[in-house]
Design a protein around this ligand. Structure first.
Ligand SMILES: [Ca+2]
Length: 697
């Protein structure tokens, strides 16, 4: 046993001891109050697969939730005790070569499984290994299920029908007949197989002369008749020839009773033939389907409702499948709603997830309920936010939001390449300040505020203030409290007044007393380097309890950066920093800065010689020591492009906007490659331009 695993054992031993003492006392308290038992809600065995040699053993360290469950006794079972046995304490002993499944079941029925593979170290290596005698996958039969109302193309106006182009026609062996639904989207056809089956292969044929209609169809499996627990097992990525079956291997080990073909958007199914092949068995979650190399976020809203509101959450089942299909996060009580301002008006919508408990999806540093799915619809490179966050990390910002590209499947429809990101909020590993709770006597912090140009445009915030100089500021945290609002308003006004005071640059008594200059300058460099037109239209700031000074950060919302907004294009044509560029077309949007925020920035960057000297020093440090160089950043772009390459191809099949100037796009370049090249070109030019602007030569 290595030192590390020995330590882990000791650690788990201590942990179990603490957990046991805690749960015992807790249970007693509760039993005195009321006699209702607290049932186990979930069990995790921590591993999905254990490999042992004959004679070896492994002891599971299950995590049982809630911790104060009344009876945490687990009943252990091995499916095949000739392969491995398991004791009442969860100790597995390997007996003979083969594999079995170990199940731990709690009182009340919740269980967890792990597959155990036993290897015989002395077994003669077979010179010519025969393939495993797996049961033969067969063409599956079942009751045909799906959308009831079809469309009759033979009648004028294509009326709804229950006799023409009906569901069974997708399973009649005839390529000339097909199922077509009346509704254009959200419709499906499939089978109830009666028992759970692991699907190994699917076959499909489009309606004649409609080869493209199968593109982006999602094949799903489920064990609930309403498909509320549906999970994709395949996505058809290309059009398919008519008049013949096209087959695809399926690599998903979960067993499903129900299988279906979900129509791509706007395709009405139009499917001539479907075949499902598989083996009747329970299956497991050791290998799930991932559409591309990226993690896949699967959302099934209650009753497959469309998400149309930014206020009302819809309870949903969410799966996050990652690590090439070997890791699964499941949360069946996730609240999902819309989010964003202008991005919410796009066809490809951004969403906010609120898990039922705190989680760290995809290894994110924060453990939290709230996460965002960023749509990047106007950013056709699909990597501007990722790149801006990387620059933020390299620049040494105290906190850079977590952001990972993912594929999103919503109610059985492929929605494209998104980014799963932190929600900007007060939280450990997010904006890490003390959270103000009701009744706190010390209200000097923590605060999270946003200088928020959108406040006056959308007027959709409830907890905000305007500074004495009319800078609109939304208070993000806390989200209520008259005294708190008065405190932070006053503090902001003091900062603002100090910036414009006679002695503003006095290092002890000037604005530095209220504003942390270092984070302000770092934020300034990042915003100018990435060319964010909203750099001072939306700025997050925070203040910790018991400490003076507002800190600037984190950076957020960079889909318009890197030459993606005609408001600040071309950057090369500008003789000064972007923040000085005042847009005036008479609309409320007509500024790159939120009101007089520009004046504050200007006062610090232009009028305070010491701040300017610090800015120059910070920039030189970034260029020399922080990999803010063309060579290094262009390599990072290349890596990111490779990472999202499979996903972007699907994304632009779903959203064919590469030839369209969308939102504030300065150009439409026709391909993802060209869009990424534009980001590269911007950045390498901007670095030398920033050298000139900051050094002032
Ligand atoms: Ca047919």
């Amino acid at each position: 046993m290595s030192a590390k695993s020995f330590c882990s054992v000791i650690f788990y031993f201590l942990l179990s001891f603490v957990a046991l003492s805690f749960s015992t006392s807790c249970t007693e308290d509760i039993e005195k109050r009321e006699d209702l038992p607290i049932l186990v809600e979930s069990i995790s065995l921590n591993v999905k697969r254990v490999e042992l040699q004959i004679g070896e053993s492994h002891t599971f360290t299950p995590i049982i939730q809630p911790e104060n469950a009344t009876d945490k006794t687990l009943e252990w079972k091995s499916d095949d005790t000739t392969i491995a046995t398991v004791s009442d304490q969860g100790e597995v002993v390997a007996i003979a070569e083969g594999s079995t499944t170990i199940t731990a079941k709690a009182v009340g029925g919740v269980d967890a499984t792990c597959s155990v593979v036993v290897i015989d170290p002395n077994a003669e290596p077979e010179p010519d290994p025969e393939p495993e005698p797996e049961p033969e996958a067969e063409l599956l039969k079942g009751a045909i299920i799906g959308t009831e109302i079809s469309v009759d193309y033979s009648q004028n106006g294509y009326p709804a029908s229950t006799t023409a182009n009906t569901k069974p026609m997708a399973f009649d062996g005839n390529f000339d007949t097909f199922f077509a639904s009346y509704n254009r989207s959200g419709t499906w056809v499939g089978m109830d197989l009666g028992e759970k089956h692991v699907i190994t292969k699917i076959g499909y044929a489009p309606r004649r002369e409609q080869s493209r209609r199968v593109e982006l169809a999602v094949i799903e499996g489920a064990n609930e008749a309403d498909f509320s627990d549906a999970m994709p097992i395949h996505i058809i990525k290309e059009s398919a020839p008519e008049g013949q079956m096209t087959y695809a291997e399926v690599n998903c080990s979960r067993g499903f009773r129900y299988v279906r073909y979900m129509t791509p958007n706007d395709a009405r199914c139009n499917i001539a033939e479907l075949e499902f092949y598989g083996i009747q068995k329970e299956g497991d979650d050791s290998r799930l389907y991932q559409a591309t190399n990226l993690p896949m976020v699967v959302i099934n809203t209650e009753g497959a409702q469309e998400i149309v509101s930014k206020e009302d959450e819809i309870t949903s089942t969410v799966y996050i499948i990652s690590e090439d299909g070997t890791a699964l996060l499941t949360d069946t009580q996730t609240g999902v709603r819309g989010r964003g301002n202008s991005s919410w008006t796009f066809d490809k919508k951004p969403y906010r997830l609120k898990f039922s408990e705190k989680r760290s999806p995809l290894g994110a540093p924060a453990k939290a309920k709230k996460w965002t799915l960023i749509n990047n619809h106007s950013d056709k490179s699909l990597l501007r936010n990722i790149l801006a966050f990387e620059i933020s990390r390299r620049m040494g910002m105290a906190y850079t939001p977590f952001c990972h590209p993912v594929d999103v499947i919503l109610n059985g429809e492929y929605k494209g390449c998104y980014q799963l990101c932190d929600q900007i909020e007060v939280n450990e590993n997010r904006v890490n300040v003390t959270e103000i709770e009701a009744g706190d006597s010390d209200i000097t912090g923590g605060y999270l505020i946003e200088i928020d140009g959108n406040l006056d445009v959308y007027q959709n915030e409830e907890f905000y203030f305007h500074s004495n100089k009319r800078i609109p500021v939304t208070i993000k945290s806390p989200d209520e409290g008259d005294a708190e609002k008065a405190y932070i308003t006053d503090y902001f006004n003091k900062m603002e007044a100090a910036v414009f005071a006679e002695n503003f640059d006095d290092e002890a008594e000037g604005y530095r007393k209220y504003l942390d200059l270092e984070s302000f300058l770092r934020n300034f460099i990042i915003s100018e380097l990435v060319g964010n037109p909203d750099a001072f239209w939306s700025v997050y700031m925070y203040k910790e309890r018991g400490q003076e000074k507002l800190f600037t950060g984190p950076i957020w919302d960079n889909d318009l950066s890197f030459h993606n907004s005609y408001y600040v294009y071309p950057a090369s044509g500008m003789k000064d920093f972007l923040y000085t560029h005042h847009i005036s077309d008479g609309t409320p949007y007509a500024s790159s800065s939120a009101g007089p925020m520009r004046d504050i920035v200007n006062r610090i960057i232009k009028d305070d010689a010491k701040a300017r000297a610090q800015l120059i020093e910070m920039w030189e440090d970034a260029r020399q020591n922080r990999n803010i160089t063309a060579l290094s950043l262009l390599e990072y772009i290349n890596q990111t492009k490779r990472l999202i390459d499979e996903s972007q191809a699907l994304n632009f099949k779903r959203w064919s906007i590469l030839n369209e100037k969308f939102h504030q796009n300065v150009s439409a370049l026709g391909s993802h490659d060209a869009e990424v090249n534009a980001v590269r070109d911007y950045l390498s030019n901007r670095l030398t331009q920033m050298d000139r602007l900051i050094r002032g030569n």
